[in-house]
Design a protein around this ligand. Sequence first.
Ligand code: PLP
Length: 413
Amino acid sequence: IILRVWFKNRQKTFHNINQKDVMQRLQSGRHFLQIPGPTNVPDRILRAIERPTIDHRGPEFKGLGLELLESIKEIFQTKQPVIIYPSSGTGAWEAALVNTLSSGDRVLMYDTGHFASTWRKLAEKLSLDAQLLHGSWREGAKPEEIEQALVEDKDHTIKSVCVVHNDTATGITSDIPAIRKAIDRAGHTALFCVDTISSLASIDYRHDEWGVDVTVGGSQKGLMLPPGLSFNAISKKALVASGEAKLPRSYWDWQDMLNANKQGVFPYTPATNLLYGLRESIRMLLEEGLDQVFSRHSRLAEATRAAVQAWGLELNALNQSEYSNSLTAVVLPQGHDADVFRKWVLECFNVSLGNGLGRLNGKVFRIGHLGDFNEPMLLGTLGAIEMGLELAEIPHRPEGVRAAMSNLVENNR
Ligand code: PLP
């Protein structure tokens, strides 16, 4: 009650004074960026990025380029080439399609959530014939449905199967090895493209071992970098397909990239300072060890879910085996607006939570627990959420933080 009165009084003050100034004065301490990407950028990376920009065709840059193009492979768990674009993740989505397909080609996509359906819209704009297998947005891609669609495609007119590994809108992770097996069981020749934008460097992902042809990645989530870099890890089969693909491409052309990359440079001006950051990010991830990175994400995600369940709120993900370890999407009880709740949390406690996207707008909020993140940061986030639930008068049991703490103690023993 005291908090609610304080907040309401403060809201009144905002009407009289310039709101932005007040926010800046009142919100001391560090902002908690707990959306599921962009994520918190650690100081080591910020310091790496702030170095002066160098000549991107000079000898020093070539050393950086060669080092990065080799070391990034470890993050994708591949020995094959990884293309680095100065773009957001959407660019890498487009690159994966224009390099491997021709106008009118059929593409099989699975509607796991907002990001899968956005990728499909992009494919249609590129004049591809995108076929969407419908999903509930509460479960992952179903391998048996993909297998069935491929078995029915006797003439192999489907040229690519595209799946989002971790749909950031729904908090659901699909089983990529199981989908690979389904494609193989169908005896189909389609390429397999996977979006790992919100799973790379936070949830185990193996480009080579899992037989993926094009893996799409982005800088602003598990890699702990600002937005602005994106990736295509490519298989030999994808490279062969790129030789036959007819969709127009210039900026995204793999071949121009691969030719320049042999010398450690890029065909156009790279995002040099983000590349400094990428070098630091890879060093940090490898120092911690990828296995430890994945288990830290798993631990923090489990504690988050323990809190949600203790509050008596509903997880958007229905199946335990598909719970995302990089974010949790929480469904609010009917009649409560998730965006109003998020506003309380932001304005009172300086914590940004993710909004519901697409058809989940207003119905869910999302807790990002990926990237440079640890137990005290999680507890701060969960504490702000628990107070926000009370302020927004959302029915819940005030036991979430306690449950998360017990879970973390158990998992750290
Ligand atoms: N795919 C997924 C799974 C995402 O989470 C996002 C963005 O959050 C995208 C694609 C689009 O990437 P970007 O916004 O960097 O263009």
